[in-house]
Design a protein around this ligand. Structure first.
Ligand code: NAI
Length: 259
């Protein structure tokens, strides 16, 4: 069987958070191109509108704050009212805030953990009732290699990414009707990097990321989308509770060396 046939999502509904930009947009496009009905959600309504053509003809494009219980509940109620089930939930929405430990603010901490950790948990809570009746339904949580590597001024972000990786594992035992897997992307070229630098400085950051990655380039959103397609597909029905690094080898290549 060719990969096109394996990755056929006709008749499946895939809900993606943070679908207006970067990795979430890439994941949305990939599923839409393979026949899925995409539920594209993001806090950025304008961004969603701009990308509407990428989500496929029968997409549902819906503003949703993935860090807000009310907002998630509203979307769950909307899907239920339309008798829609969900086959794949991709918890992808995210943001980065750089803060040194001695300059941490409660506001920045809350912003990050609401979106990166609490939000995915609430999405599982409120969307799983729409998933459990579906064959091979699964949740994919987009964490980060930040869950395991050292990253200065990233302590809150890193803790959230480690937390969501662990939550994914715990959910496996508690909700056996669904599969749960984590993807930990490496350095992926998306607008999130503008939190670190702009202009020529940003180019230097990207060059540095590429040079430290053994495959010799930064990741593309398609690299993460391909991993999602596989984990959601009928080729992955025995993959449950896994953490998949999609990082071009950067994590292992930069770990402690003995010799
Ligand atoms: P991005 O900035 O291009 O896209 C993030 C999307 O999330 C945006 O559309 C934004 O509007 C949305 N978003 C932010 N807060 C939200 C909220 N409260 N509710 C709903 N949507 C919200 O960033 P990127 O790179 O595509 O990031 C996607 C995910 O991948 C994030 O979880 C990020 O932490 C993770 N990641 C990214 C890496 C990279 O190098 N780009 C590396 C590892 C992980």
């Amino acid at each position: 069987m060719g990969s096109e046939a394996v990755h056929d999502f006709n008749g499946k509904t895939v809900l993606i958070t943070g679908a207006a930009s970067g990795i979430g947009l890439g994941i949305s496009r990939a599923f839409a191109q393979r026949g899925a009905s995409v539920v594209a959600t993001d806090i950025n309504a304008e961004g969603l509108e701009r990308q509407r053509g990428d989500y496929g003809q029968d997409a549902l494009v819906q503003e949703m704050d993935a860090g807000s219980e009310d907002s998630i509940l509203r979307v769950a109620a909307l899907l239920k009212a339309r008798s829609m089930n969900v086959d794949v939930l991709v918890n992808n929405a995210g943001l980065a805030r750089l803060e040194a430990l001695d300059a941490l603010t409660e506001a920045a901490m809350d912003l990050q953990w609401k979106v990166l950790l609490r939000g995915p948990m609430l999405c599982v809570k409120y969307l799983s009732p729409l998933m459990v009746s579906q064959a091979n339904a699964s949740v994919i949580n987009i964490a980060s290699i930040a869950a395991t590597i050292q990253a200065r001024r990233h302590a809150v972000y890193c803790a959230c990414k480690a937390g969501i990786t662990k939550f994914t594992q715990d959910a496996v035992k508690e909700m056996p009707a669904l599969r749960f897997n984590t993807i930990q992307p490496g350095f992926i070229d998306t607008p999130i990097l503008e939190a670190y630098a702009t202009g020529s400085e940003l180019e230097a950051v990207k060059n540095d990321f590429a040079s430290r990655t053994p495959v010799g380039r930064m990741g593309r959103v398609e690299d993460i989308a391909d991993a999602c397609l596989f984990l959601a597909s009928d080729s992955a029905t025995f993959i449950n509770g896994a953490t998949l690094k999609v990082d071009g080898g950067v994590t292992v290549a930069n770990s402690l060396e003995f010799l």
